[in-house]
Design a protein around this ligand. Structure first.
Ligand SMILES: *Cc1c(COP(=O)(O)O)cnc(C)c1O
Length: 236
């Protein structure tokens, strides 16, 4: 059986090879290890292998792990839906948030970010395929929301995040990724802090890299198949 460390090495290799294949600059795509449902001991193994960037969806579960891993100097990314009553802990314990999709949440995160911490890195979630059940703003709301967010003192706008509609149709997936890339380029022209296009998961990461992703969020390909104890309605 493959060890966790071997899977990490294989995924990093896949990312480097895919960058090369599609003429992306070397190291322009980073790996976010999506560790939801997996115990701190597994994060610790990856940290020992040199990996520091972890994504979590469920606040209480994440806080437990963050507290168990304080000695490891990890970088924590919140990638789940955000309710207002969760913003204080997110602002305090996370380094990044990928799922900002309304001004009120952004304002709360900025107000609640402790003064002694660096600004919270944020990506705006765009509902790229206009799915009724999915979080995220419509594409045409991106620039206005970005303009507001860049005024907030304790946030740093880094880019956008998307989860495309679930489909087996490769052309449709490509079209969603490409649309996100155009939005990303538009945003980065307006705001120099924007350098992150968070797109691609275990099943579509190579396609996402081909279309311009700068950060892939990989869970099951790294950790294994999750038990379905959590509601993951925001994912698909
Ligand atoms: C769970 C999750 C992932 C990882 O999904 P896998 O298919 O396991 O790689 C990525 N992004 C978000 C927002 C998620 O909730």
């Amino acid at each position: 059986m493959q060890t966790l460390k071997n899977r990490l090495i294989n995924i990093e290799d896949l990312i480097r090879n895919t960058e090369q294949q599609f003429n992306r600059p070397r190291q322009s795509v980073s790996l976010l290890a999506v560790s939801k449902t997996w115990p701190a001991s597994m994060l610790r193994q990856l940290a020992e292998a040199g990996h520091q960037r972890f994504g979590e969806n469920y606040l209480q579960e994440a806080l437990t792990k963050i507290k168990q891993c304080t000695d490891l100097n990890l970088e924590w990314h919140f990638i789940g839906p955000i309710q207002s009553n969760k913003t204080r802990d997110i602002a305090q314990y996370f380094d990044w948030v990928h799922t900002v999709d309304r001004l009120k949440i952004a304002q709360r995160l900025s107000n609640q970010r402790p003064d002694d911490l660096a600004p919270l890195n944020v990506c705006i979630q765009v509902n790229i395929d206009n799915e009724a059940t999915k979080s995220g703003i419509a594409a045409n709301e991106l620039i206005p929301l970005a303009a507001e967010i860049t005024q907030l003192p304790h946030l740093l706008l880094r880019g956008l995040m998307i989860i495309p509609a679930k489909t087996d149709n490769v052309e449709q997936q490509q079209a969603s990724f490409h649309k996100a890339r155009l939005l990303f380029e538009q945003l980065s022209t307006l705001y120099p802090s924007v350098d992150t296009l968070s797109m691609g998961m275990s099943d579509d990461m190579t396609l996402a890299i081909a279309e311009g992703s700068t950060m892939v969020r990989v869970g099951s390909a790294l950790f294994g198949q999750r038990a379905t104890t959590h509601n993951e309605g925001n994912v698909n």
